[in-house]
Design a protein around this ligand. Structure first.
Ligand SMILES: [Zn+2]
Length: 113
């Protein structure tokens, strides 16, 4: 890992902040949803199922994001953070400062699209 301690620390803070933001959003989404409250009210069932499906979609995206962040934090602990999973090259600090959970370097990201 060729980043300075300051840079790594900065990226770690970003990762932790992002995780916190997503977690609190997930929590709010769960709190605002009324799923399970109208169990006896069968009239709403269809509508509620649809709503629930949408809700699960958002939740899955956010849980994926949390997973990526956790993987990045784990790599940081092991000193593997910042290496591209595809080609093994160093991911630029520029890219990581925008997307700290990124597991691919710019070239591999572009090649993927
Ligand atoms: Zn790469």
């Amino acid at each position: 890992m060729s980043f300075s301690n300051e840079q790594t620390e900065e990226l770690k803070v970003k990762l932790l902040e992002e995780k916190k933001r997503i977690l609190s959003h997930l929590k709010t989404a769960k709190k605002n949803s009324s799923f399970g409250e109208n169990i006896d009210d069968t009239d709403d069932e269809t509508e509620e199922t649809e709503e629930f499906a949408n809700y699960l979609g958002v939740e899955r995206v956010e849980e994926d994001a949390i997973h990526d962040i956790d993987v990045a934090l784990e790599k940081m602990k092991e000193g593997l953070y910042g290496a591209c999973e595809q080609c093994g090259n160093q991911i630029s600090y520029e890219l990581l400062s925008i997307e700290p959970e990124s597991a691919l370097c710019k070239e591999c990201k572009l090649a993927e699209k």
